[in-house]
Design a protein around this ligand. Structure first.
Ligand code: MET
Length: 339
């Protein structure tokens, strides 16, 4: 009961990449970089296990950013001429690569780190991929001229990689779709369908993560303008409840999401965010257990999985580690209280 995991990413050690940055530069290149990514992956697997998490990830140590890590292995994308673009409905500007031709995978995207992680943990292994709609919102299109068409093109490629990850022995494949919280109508109209295309044929557990973003300033400012009640999930959850995706990961602790919206996910596993990624304060076990207690009013206990609100990538490494421990301790307390 209450098996714990994180949204996916963890901070990169200072010897691998710049620290406290969402788009950090690597410190090495070539073979030394590949080896350093592997070392960081193993380090974080060990630390997640030691913290007591039931389900571990590779900490996204091999990718610069949760979306661009995938794009780097896609043919038809020009990384040489990045352009500045307002993303997430102009919430912030990012330097993004351009789609310049038909899309095709160059080869495996995450085979190396997935097999490495699988070889070194007996815990359940979760692997994350960006969702089609979020990818489309994080690249400049100079070829397709149609967001939906481009999203389905990406969904096909995601599906290829997801099936290969499953063959590598990954237990859970999670697609990250923070864009669902920005373009709610499009998410319900075609985003969920594109997501299902990405997950087609998977027999492992499938998940989607939808949040209000990393703990960076642009997101914190955006949240301040969202008002007293954040009801974005209300428009998307019914479509997800009717979909083939098994698990939904959402933001809860310190958010203004009315917790009763979790009711809309009947029949799904719910990964409840009990750890705030926008604050360096470490949650107490009592706070974590209290959030779990609130969610239990709307989610059956066998479907409730405590998680982080979003990725920990841009955080301080020590803070992230202590948050992993807080997550595990809080879930343990909740098991005693509500078990
Ligand atoms: N898997 C991603 C992460 O943990 C999710 C990002 S959503 C903004 O960093």
């Amino acid at each position: 009961m209450f098996a714990t995991s994180i949204a996916g990413s963890l901070p990169k050690p200072g010897w691998l990449a710049e620290t406290n940055k969402l788009w950090p530069q690597w410190r090495l290149e070539g073979e030394p970089l590949r080896q350093a990514k592997a070392d960081a992956t193993l380090l974080w697997i060990k630390l997640q296990e030691d913290a007591g998490l039931a389900i571990v990830t590779d900490g996204e140590q091999s990718r610069q950013h949760f979306v661009h890590g995938f794009l780097e292995q896609v043919e038809g994308i020009d990384f040489e001429h990045k352009v500045k673009m307002g993303i997430r409905n102009n919430r912030y500007e990012a330097l993004v690569p351009q789609v310049v031709g038909p899309l095709r995978l160059k080869g495996r995207v995450h085979g190396f780190e997935a097999r490495l992680a699988r070889a070194h943990t007996t815990r359940q292994l979760k692997f994350t991929l960006p969702g089609p709609m979020t990818i489309v919102d994080t690249v400049a299109d100079a070829h397709y001229g149609d967001r939906v068409k481009m999203a389905f093109a990406f969904a096909e490629l995601l599906n290829q990689e997801a099936l290969a990850l499953q063959a590598d022995g990954v237990d859970i494949i999670q697609f990250d779709e923070p864009a669902f919280n920005v373009y709610m109508k499009e998410a319900a109209d075609w985003g969920v369908q594109a997501l299902e295309r990405a997950a087609q044929g998977l027999t492992c557990t499938t998940a989607v993560h939808i949040c209000y973003g990393y703990g960076i300033k642009a997101n914190i400012d955006w949240k301040h303008g969202l008002g007293e009640e954040w009801r974005q999930y209300e428009q998307v959850f019914p479509a997800l409840a009717a979909s083939s995706i098994a698990q939904v990961s959402l933001e809860c602790f310190h958010s203004h999401v009315p917790p009763q919206l979790m009711r809309l996910l009947e029949g799904k596993d719910v990964l409840v965010g009990v750890i705030d990624v926008a604050s360096d304060d470490i949650e107490t076990p009592e706070q974590v257990a209290e959030t779990i207690g609130t969610a239990l009013q709307f989610v059956p206990r066998h479907r409730l999985f405590p998680c982080t609100n979003c990725g920990l990538a841009p955080m301080d490494r020590e803070v992230a580690l202590r948050k992993l421990e807080a997550l595990a301790r809080g879930a343990a307390l909740a098991r005693r209280k509500f078990g």
